[in-house]
Design a protein around this ligand. Sequence first.
Ligand code: PRX
Length: 655
Amino acid sequence: MAKQEDLQHIDALLEELRVIEPPDEFRRNAIVNDPEIYARAEDDPEAFWAEQAGKLRWSRPWDTVMEWKPPWVKWFLGGRLNVSVNCLDVHVEAHPDRVAYYWEGEPGDRRTITYRELYEEVCRFANALKGMGVAKGDRVAMYLGMVPELPVAMLACARIGATHSVVFGGFAAEALRDRINDAEAKVVVTGDGAWRRGSIVALKENADAAVEQCPSIEHVVVVRRTGQEVAWSSGRDVWYHDAVDGQEATCPAEEMDAEDPLYILYTSGTTGKPKGILHTTGGYLTGVATTHRLVFDIHPETDVYWCAADVGWVTGHSYIVYGPLANGTTSIMYEGAPDFPDKERWWSIVERYKATILYTAPTAIRTFMKWGHEYPARHDLSSLRLLGSVGEPINPEAWMWYFEYVGGGRCPVVDTWWQTETGAIMITPLPGITRLKPGSATRPFPGIAADVFDEEGWPVGAGKGGYLVLRRPWPSQFRTIYGDPDRYVQNYFSRFGADVYLAGDGARRDEDGYFWLLGRIDDVMNVAGHRLSTYEIESALVDHPAVAESAVVSRPDPVVGEAIVAFVTLKSEIHGDEALIVELREHVATKIGKIARPHSIVLTDDLPKTRSGKIMRRLLRDVAHGRDLGDVTTLANAEVVTTIRSLSAERKDDE
Ligand code: PRX
């Protein structure tokens, strides 16, 4: 097989050659078809964002657009609004019977939920939460699969001014426990289970195990989905259907300050402890509504939009829930796996609902590519007019495959770069005007000041790589790390000063000013579009009684992007064998979740360290990548590298 570097080199050559113009018909009907939007936003970014914010419903107008005391920022000061009013009431007044969600369960059951129905359900659950003693400013955790009750619960919190913290349903009990405790949530909304590839994920069981060690939790609300018997703690547990039963279908919306919290969402950083990214109300909604409308060219009367992410991640928050609903969009929401009951599931969904826009991650596209284009070919995908990609760098081959075999060569592909922290899309084409280059996220969204810096903080020249930074605040920016403001400053605003946001990604710009994302440059990995920290996995491994020390790195993988490789030394009395390796992988799955299970574990007698005792991850990364090791003389224990290299070669052969 060709080395990854060679492939990247070939990719790079292909990238430069192909340019895809927006199709004429698309351009004619696009919401944005005049490139002057960039100049206008650049001339006066605050005026640009104020104009966008003005499209929302405010109960009190703002006094000041933006106040920036680097690194702290506030938007729309003095303004008051409620997010759920903008996502529901506004549309119930204008088009109550428009579908908000076409929901499809994995077993094949379906629900169609109109804006009126969604509004009423949200109000009922908001009243139920109030009845449980949840008040403005309280935190409510959610641990659910992709069921409509998840957006309902989020919006119900927004309605009464509670702050939600959604924890991805694939996380394990301990991960849930830590997140609940960090936010001191009062209530957790979970389910009996979630469907995944025909089996049940035991949500309630995990939630019970977590809540045992969560003193702040007063109630556990349980959505019945999979129907099996579950343990019950009377007084604490309440069925969702009982909680909403008999509640009023209206609920006054709490008037929120633009800067009041909307939600916390935990994401992996460069230490073992996940960061609670805090988003607020006015700026966040402005950012997601604007980017959703303009990047996906939303025509709410006619579009059927499908963001195939999970609501448990930021993509789902911004582009399944808040952005689409603020814009009155009709969305598809699908519960399960793409290959259940067969590999055509997604394409039959596109065909059934006549989806016009599809937004997904490169890892999914590469999986479909591996399965073969005969699956999409068996379905009528002619309703599609626009495709989107998010979560990882998309390689030009995957881009072209998506464009050809899903988009039929007629749909622009918007490769959107952003993060949990940015809240909304930051670098992206605008599909009616941008000339696309497969593999490039193209240009910063209007008003966004993205740049690439060298080590000293100077912008790099064309063709050079460096640190991706954002040089000016934007409305949907996270405001802090929940309970840890020092980490906010330290992590993001210290490398190049308090007025420059460090994204943690590498990037290069080409001669046309287009951005090419190069992946993370810190200890964060991107595995199948899931963000994981090397330290988090290392801590989980070291927690196992047999493990003395561990170092986790990633190696490139053609499907999941990055695969997890763990180097582990055992305690002296322990004998390592295959059974232990299996046990260690499962141990990580139990501590964090299956998404964090290492793809390979290399047992070794020692780890390469500097003379001061720091593990040399760079070297291990080189080993995992199969690269030449270069100069290792600064190692305290240079010989260990040779041993590790031969061990890791053996492991790869085993797979
Ligand atoms: O490395 C970048 C990658 O995903 C990271 C953010 O992960 P998360 O906060 O989980 O949010 C994912 C969904 C927005 C970034 O630091 N990333 C995201 N989008 C792209 C990307 N890398 C390259 N190209 C993208 N389009």
